[in-house]
Design a protein around this ligand. Structure first.
Ligand code: NAD
Ligand code: DAU
Length: 369
């Protein structure tokens, strides 16, 4: 594995198993149609995206740049690490020299920026790293995209930049940005930078604002995998406040599929809301999990609410539906059952992820709640 960890400190002008002279490089030069830098490709959505592209679009070459924070996990991509059209680089999106070297060396034509600090609760206890990665990191990537005149820069943003809704209404792309948490504020700042680089320097960008994703390989700090893991271990399920907060849930594969379509077909400068048309309260979701696992409702424990907790998110996805003819392909019942079954069948993965630092995190977040 160590030869794949080619961060700045390890830079020696060559790239793991593909140094420009190896057969894989010569072979690839003749067939590769797209050369994408995916950032954060060892995280939840990024690894699902990398897996989807490598499985379905073998004419695409991916460099996967990931810092491997607590949320990044190469086990998510185990079977894809030796693919000739996939190069993993351990590094930080804030490292402009490294990003520029990757873009030059691999003649990257597009960047898809998944890399982020992504958990709202952590942004409340430790906001600074959110500013560094989500704002400075995006700025760093944009500077390279501008200087190298890349074909496309896709920013994976979030519906949380719009703030919170009451019982009625949905977010459209025209809804003013009104982020409420340090996480969503940092994502909104990044969105503004992306738009500004398009306006000022003509960087060809798209921004996607998606609702809550669920599916395989999600780190169990997020609600669905956390509740699955706790229920599997007969631990209490910590429901914030009254549990009647509403999220719109989208199966991660559908999010990945539409990002690919945007890369292929969307005109530059367009922003797209993406959602599952699938609003549920947290208690409704937890009910499904408990039923599937055959666990009692008595495991539910209402705990102190998240400060500033957004009551409801809902997405008007009519723009992407009409312009790109996209629709979610996996309904909630199918998606959640697949997800729960995956966690049941991958308890080694889960066991590795929740060992060590996760226990400390859990104790600090939930110990006195
Ligand atoms: P995640 O936390 O699972 O993964 C983030 C990845 O980024 C990790 O692999 C981590 O190691 C990497 N990373 C963090 N800081 C980095 C840095 N400085 N340099 C390089 N890599 C770094 O997140 P996710 O849930 O997969 O979310 C991916 C993106 O999608 C994020 O931008 C998030 O804001 C956005 N998003 C997520 C959801 C959701 O429901 N999970 C919904 C909408 C949008
Ligand atoms: O809407 C998109 C966003 O969805 C993404 O941008 C974020 O990266 C992603 O983390 C997610 O944010 P949420 O805050 O909505 O997700 P989370 O899974 O943390 O929480 C979902 C709901 O469940 C929310 O109302 C808070 C609640 N919750 C969460 C946890 C972790 C609980 O009740 N108990 C918990 O232990």
């Amino acid at each position: 594995m160590s030869r794949l960890n080619i961060g700045r400190d390890h830079w020696n002008g060559s790239w793991g198993n593909c140094d420009g002279t190896s057969p894989c490089r010569r072979q690839l030069n003749e067939t590769i149609m797209k050369r994408i830098l995916v950032t954060g490709g060892a995280g939840f959505i990024g690894s699902n995206f990398v897996r989807m592209v490598l499985s379905e679009h073998p004419d695409c070459f991916i460099v996967n740049l990931d810092k491997l924070t607590y949320a990044g996990n190469l086990e998510n991509l185990a079977e894809f690490l030796e693919y000739q059209n996939h190069k993993f680089v351990k590094g930080d999106i804030c490292d402009g020299t490294l990003v520029e070297k990757i873009v030059d060396e691999y003649r990257i034509d597009s960047i898809i920026n998944f890399a982020a600090e992504s958990h709202v609760d952590r942004s409340i206890t430790e906001p600074k790293i959110f500013v560094e990665t989500n704002i400075t990191g995006t700025l760093t990537l944009l500077e390279v995209a501008r200087d190298k005149n890349l074909e496309r820069f896709i920013q994976i943003s979030t519906d949380e930049v719009y703030g919170a809704l009451g019982p009625e209404g949905k977010f459209t792309e025209q809804t003013p940005l009104s982020p409420n948490s340090p996480y969503s504020a940092s994502k909104a700042a990044a969105d503004h930078l992306v738009r500004a680089f398009g306006h000022t320097w003509g960087v060809k960008y798209n921004i996607t604002r998606c609702s809550n994703n669920y599916g395989e390989y999600q780190f169990p700090e997020k609600m669905i995998p956390l509740m699955i893991n706790n229920a599997l271990n007969d631990k209490e399920l910590p429901v914030y406040g009254d549990g009647l907060y509403v999220r719109d849930w989208l199966y991660v594969y559908d999010h990945c599929a539409v990002i690919w379509q945007i890369l292929q077909k969307a005109p530059p400068g367009e922003i797209y809301n993406i959602g599952g048309c699938n609003e549920k309260t947290n208690l409704e979701v937890i009910d499904v999990i408990l039923n599937r696992l055959g666990k009692p409702k008595s495991l539910i424990k209402h705990v102190t609410d998240r400060p500033g907790h957004d009551r409801r998110y809902a997405i008007d996805a009519s723009k992407i539906i009409s312009e790109l003819n996209w629709r979610p392909s996996v309904g909630f019942e199918e998606g959640i059952n697949k997800t729960i079954d995956w966690y049941l069948q991958n308890q080694d993965w889960l066991g590795n992820v929740v060992s060590g630092d996760y226990q400390k995190y859990y104790e600090s977040m939930y110990g006195n709640r």
